[in-house]
Design a protein around this ligand. Structure first.
Ligand code: NAD
Ligand code: IPM
Ligand code: MN
Length: 348
């Protein structure tokens, strides 16, 4: 039986980079059947939404979803454009957002004197609650008394399961080091609770070196000394912010892959680059597709196709190391398709 993969290219550079991920997966010769859903901000005009009513139902029967990016403020307000993405993560209980950041050979970090693999971290981002809950409201709209509230929500179940997943991840890595990101000096309910759960769970993992770090200090340390991070666990918003930072220190948004994982496999998991639709370069065919290609590798890994995933990762490393085919973000003048073709040709 072929794997049933839903392609959700989205807006901007999303379709450009997803096409290259598909090209590279196809070079692995595994049995995959794709269904493409062209849902994006162009639908907004007609329906006021950027996906059809039944999109969750349509996606639910797939083995996995490969997404490009959502958002184009010329067509739709951003919070409506990205609504399907956030809803899929919650509805399919994709509570783990795994975001590796590695400095590959042939890629230059904006930080001084960094050698290949000096930076090698995995951020485990909570993906279903925290700061991203649709709880709150706006009152007295448009008046001087206007109030907006956005409520953070941290459940014991939600907090414990993401922290446990991070400890399991750390346990299986060489350095076995886990940093929990908090702001418990200021957020005395949510983050003090997060810390409490973190140190409770830590008792089950005496083999893991566990510590916590305030998010402002973590932002500073990711620039000052990113080598210190191995596995990082963070709430939804902190994880979002720190993974753009982690991406840039390993060379840019074009390299950062991610997986929205439902570990129980009750629902499909979803794979996507960390970057957005990049309106500043969309339609020019110059986006770096490596993040999307590596997201495809994460997807194959999750599906149990370890050989194919490894082949893609090796092909990417060879491609980067060789450095003759580079998109403009790396100082070259190759196209998105050139990069995809070069990586596909390196798959044996
Ligand atoms: P962005 O990640 O789209 O772009 C930030 C910068 O990085 C831009 O200069 C862009 O050109 C560059 N960049 C991003 N990906 C690149 C690639 N593959 N190759 C080369 N350069 C790349 O972030 P933004 O500008 O803040 O957001 C643009 C839109 O994307 C917004 O509508 C936002 O809501 C949306 N967004 C969507 C997702 C998603 O769908 N997962 C994620 C982030 C942002
Ligand atoms: C990401 C994106 C999304 C997020 C946006 C588009 C809602 O920035 O996946 O990193 O904040 O989760
Ligand atoms: Mn983000």
């Amino acid at each position: 039986m072929p794997y049933k993969i839903a392609l959700y290219p989205g807006d901007g550079i999303g379709p450009e980079v997803v096409a290259e991920a598909v090209k590279v997966i196809d070079a692995c010769n595994i049995d995959v059947h794709y269904t493409t859903f062209n849902w994006n901000t162009t639908l907004y005009n007609k329906t006021g939404k950027c996906a059809p009513e039944n999109y969750l139902e349509l996606l639910s029967s797939f083995d996995a979803i490969l997404l490009g990016a959502l958002g184009n403020t010329h067509n739709a307000p951003d919070h409506i454009a990205v609504e399907p993405l956030l809803t899929i993560r919650k509805a399919f209980d994709q509570y783990v957002n795994i975001r590796p950041a590695m400095l590959f050979p042939g890629v230059e970090s904006p930080l001084k004197n960094k050698k290949p693999y000096d930076i090698d971290m995995i951020v485990i981002r909570e993906n279903t609650e925290g700061e991203y809950t649709a709880l709150g409201g706006r009152h007295y709209i448009g008046t001087p008394d206007e109030v907006a509230m956005q409520i953070n929500y941290f459940s014991r179940k939600g907090t414990e399961r993401i922290i446990r997943y991070a400890f399991e991840t750390a346990r299986n890595r060489k350095r076995k080091t886990l940093t929990s990101i908090t702001k418990s000096n200021a957020l005395k309910y949510s983050m003090v609770f997060w810390d409490t759960v973190f140190y409770e769970v830590a008792k089950d993992y005496p083999d893991v070196i566990a510590s916590s770090m305030l998010v402002d200090a973590a932002a500073m340390n990711m620039v000052r000394c990113p080598e210190q991070f191995d596995v990082v666990v963070a709430s939804n918003l902190f994880g979002d912010i720190l993974t753009d930072l982690a991406a840039i220190v390993v060379g840019g948004m074009g390299f950062a892959a991610s997986g929205n994982i439902n570990p129980t496999r009750k629902y499909p998991s979803m794979f996507e680059p960390v970057h957005g639709s990049a309106p500043d370069i969309a339609g020019k065919g110059v986006a770096n597709p490596v993040a999307a290609i590596l997201s495809g590798a994460l997807m194959l890994e999750f599906l149990g196709e370890h050989d194919a995933a490894q082949k893609i990762k090796s092909a990417v490393v060879n491609h980067l190391n060789d450095g003759t085919v580079k998109t403009p973000d790396r100082g070259g003048n190759a196209t998105t398709a050139d990069v995809g073709t070069d990586i596909a040709q390196r798959i044996q």
